[in-house]
Write a protein that binds this ligand. Structure first.
Ligand SMILES: Nc1ncnc2c1ncn2[C@@H]1O[C@H](COP(=O)(O)OP(=O)(O)O)[C@@H](O)[C@H]1O
Ligand SMILES: [Mg+2]
Length: 697
């Protein structure tokens, strides 16, 4: 019977279903800690099934006692009758108890598994790089956490035990029937097979709708999330019709797939019921015919027991059918869940030892040979190099899409400077980079064996000039390292053994993905958290949370006095406003307060002043306020940037005139640099940009 599963897979064959079975296997492995509980539950399922199988035999015995009692003068043998009845009661009670305990255990396993899945997903989400969220909607993510996990839980709770119960029941009944009477056994099986075949067809047809349904639910959540978070935009662009149409398309698809799967699923019960009733009729007709023909082996009790067997025989078939459906759904759901759990994570940083203390950081920043692409087919930053002295203020200007925000993303390590692809003999090859802060080693497939000159070799590629020569086995081939879409060939050196520490082999690595240093420490060697602690960031979109003004201002900082609050609020021009509020700093921030964009921005600037980090990023901080407010904020920002190494990105060039150095970025390249007057004198791109803005005002 178990053989049907895989065979059916074969029928509709295809890599997708294979992948689905893989997900089921993964789920299986995931449940390993619960195997002892599951095994006990399965054992109990077995006990329940055995009780069910033995039952009819005892009923048959009971019926025979009654029928023989009715035809004999002595009447029914009450002692014998009662002993069978009591045995039956005990048997069924034991079966029921076993069933209950089994369900109890499985409920525990189910809830533990789904809780663990949710925890793991939650942890995973925190480890995913921002890159992941560029391509996945929150709704889809949500549906993986809720819907798919639920599906898995439901299925775990019932499917495994039901399946075992059904299989045992099926085999047990089969054996019992054949030992009692093979003719009736064949009749029962024959009629049941009819139902079985119907069921078989239905499952085959319905499974694809189930997996489409799961996908539709994800799409729908994504769509809802997208529309509701952008409600204003949708309204203002009167895109409602488009949105409605897209929604109704998905909704229709969901309806259709749901309807089809339910319809087909719903057919199962009536058809199986019909097949079952058909077998009752057949058993009675053939059974009576056998008795009339004088067969000794058959009694009235036998016929009764066979009607029960017929039911018991088709019941596991239905269960198995449903379980198959459930397994399909589970496979689809676990595929989605494990897909998420196996997504590439941000680099684990628990081993990193370098730590820059916020108070000791002097704040020099260097970008060295930084190259970056979000997607391999389009390089955004070509070769970015700047060196900022502590306290220096750099302004980055340039047209939209030039890569200004990208520079910030890299500095904050929201996006990682990516490793280039390594191509050996034209084949993409995995490799690991070992970076201890002083030297870098690259190891190609460290567990894949490589043979060179019949010698098993683990190999590193490194800058050959800096390597201890005696340990090098020269390999006369150029290794092709491609940085994004740019192919660069490098001489490779093969080194035998894998524990050699090179004195210094930055050589080629620097050329690829570049470095960003803070106080001469590569940001790669620090934890992201450490980096974020060193920065204050003020963006175009202000970020304020539900809470009082005070809570928003002192965010994460302890022991901030009212005097300090007054001081910074005065500096950003908010003090007067806050003092007009009845509750002052303890006023709750909510929509009723009706803060303007400018005031919100003033609050975030004040927050940054309180946090007092050594490094500062202002990315289009004044872009969403009017020019008058901008003047107020401008003063606050000038105050804020004092003594801090600052990156100021601004659209309106009037705001960055006083920056020590201005970088003009275009298509990922610094095309001009200098201070305001130098750049104007140059009469190049910057001058053009400045004059065009000046002309507008
Ligand atoms: N998350 C992302 N994924 C893919 N491309 C992106 C992403 N963010 C920005 N880009 C692209 O990178 C380029 C530079 O963007 P950005 O740094 O935001 O420009 P700027 O801030 O100068 O306006 C643009 O072409 C933009 O489309
Ligand atoms: Mg930008």
């Amino acid at each position: 019977m178990a053989g049907f599963g895989p065979k059916k897979m074969g029928l509709h064959g295809g890599p997708r279903e294979k992948a689905d079975m893989k997900s089921v296997k993964k789920l299986f492995a995931y449940c390993k800690p619960y195997f002892p509980s599951i095994i006990i539950a399965l054992f109990l399922a077995l006990v329940g099934a055995i009780a069910t199988i033995v039952g009819p035999d005892k009923i048959s015995e009971m019926m025979d006692i009654i029928t023989s009692g009715l035809t004999q003068v002595a009447g029914i043998d009450m002692d014998e009758f009662m002993s069978v009845v009591i045995f039956l009661i005990c048997l069924y009670a034991a079966g029921a108890l076993a069933h209950y305990i089994q369900q109890f255990i499985m409920a525990g396993v189910t809830q533990k598994t789904s809780k663990r899945l949710r925890t793991d997903i939650n942890k995973k989400i925190n480890k995913l790089p921002l890159r992941y969220f560029d391509t996945t909607t929150r709704g889809d993510l949500l549906s993986r956490v809720t819907n798919d996990v639920d599906t898995i839980a439901q299925s775990l709770g019932s499917t495994i035990a039901n399946l075992v119960n059904a299989l045992v029941l099926f085999l047990g009944v089969l054996i019992m029937m054949f030992t009692v009477n093979w003719i009736l056994a064949l009749v029962t099986i024959g009629t049941s097979i009819l139902g079985f075949m119907l069921m078989f067809i239905i499952i085959g047809k319905s499974q694809k709708y189930f997996s489409r349904r799961q996908q539709n639910i994800g799409e729908m959540n994504g769509q809802i999330e997208e529309v509701y978070t952008n409600h204003n935009v949708v309204k203002s662009y009167t895109a409602e019709n488009d949105v409605k149409k897209r929604f109704s398309d998905i909704n229709n698809k969901l309806y259709e797939n749901n309807f089809k799967s339910q319809c087909l699923g719903g057919l199962m019960h009536p058809l199986m019921g019909f097949a079952g009733n058909l077998s009752y009729a057949a058993i009675f007709i053939i059974g009576v015919a056998l008795i009339l023909n004088g067969s000794d082996a058959i009694t009235f009790g036998t016929i009764i027991s066979f009607t029960i067997y017929a039911r018991l025989f088709s019941q596991p078939l239905t269960t198995i059918a449903q379980s198959m459906n459930m397994i399909q759904q589970t496979a689809a759901a676990s595929k989605r869940v494990f897909e998420l759990l196996e997504e590439e994570e941000m680099i684990d940083e628990s081993q990193k030892k370098v730590h820059l203390n916020e108070n000791d950081t002097i704040g020099s920043v260097e970008f060295r040979n930084v190259r970056f692409a979000y997607n391999a087919d389009k390089t955004i930053i070509n070769n970015f190099n700047i060196k900022l002295a502590p306290g220096q203020k750099v302004a980055i200007v340039g047209p939209t899409g030039a890569g200004k925000t990208t520079i910030v993303n890299l500095l904050m390590r929201f996006y990682e400077l990516r490793q280039p692809r390594l191509i050996i003999n034209g084949e993409m090859t995995d490799y690991k980079v070992f970076d201890n802060g002083k030297s870098i080693r690259i190891m190609v497939n460290d567990n894949k064996e490589l043979f060179i000159n019949d010698e098993k070799t683990k190999y590193h590629i490194s800058d050959s000039d800096n390597l201890p020569k005696n340990k090098i086995l020269k390999f006369n081939q150029d290794f092709n390292l491609s940085a994004d879409n740019e192919d660069i060939s490098y001489k490779a050196t093969i080194v035998t053994g894998n524990d050699i520490d090179y004195p210094k082999s930055y050589g080629f690595a620097v050329a690829y993905y570049g470095y960003i240093f803070i106080d001469d420490v590569p940001t790669k060697s620090m934890t992201r958290e450490n980096i974020h602690d060193l920065f204050d960031m003020i963006l175009q979109d202000t970020w304020l949370f539900d809470g009082t003004i005070r809570e928003n201002l002192v965010y994460n900082k302890k022991d901030v006095s009212n005097e300090k609050l007054d001081e910074v609020c005065a500096a950003v021009g908010l003090k007067h406003f806050i003092h007009t509020l009845k509750k002052g700093y303890d006023t709750k921030l909510n929509n009723n307060l009706g803060l303007s964009e400018g005031q919100k921005q003033q609050l975030t600037i004040a927050r940054a002043m309180i946090k007092d980090s050594p490094l500062l990023i202002l990315d289009e901080a004044t872009s969403s306020v009017d020019t008058r407010t901008e003047i107020v904020i401008q003063e606050a920002m000038d105050e804020l940037t004092k003594g801090r190494t600052s990156f100021v990105i601004a659209h309106r060039l009037s705001t960055i005139k006083n920056a020590g150095i201005i970088l003009v970025l275009k298509d990922g390249d610094i095309i001009e640099h200098g201070n305001h007057s130098e750049l104007l004198a140059k009469n190049g791109f910057y001058a053009e940009l400045y004059n065009s803005q000046f002309a507008q005002v």
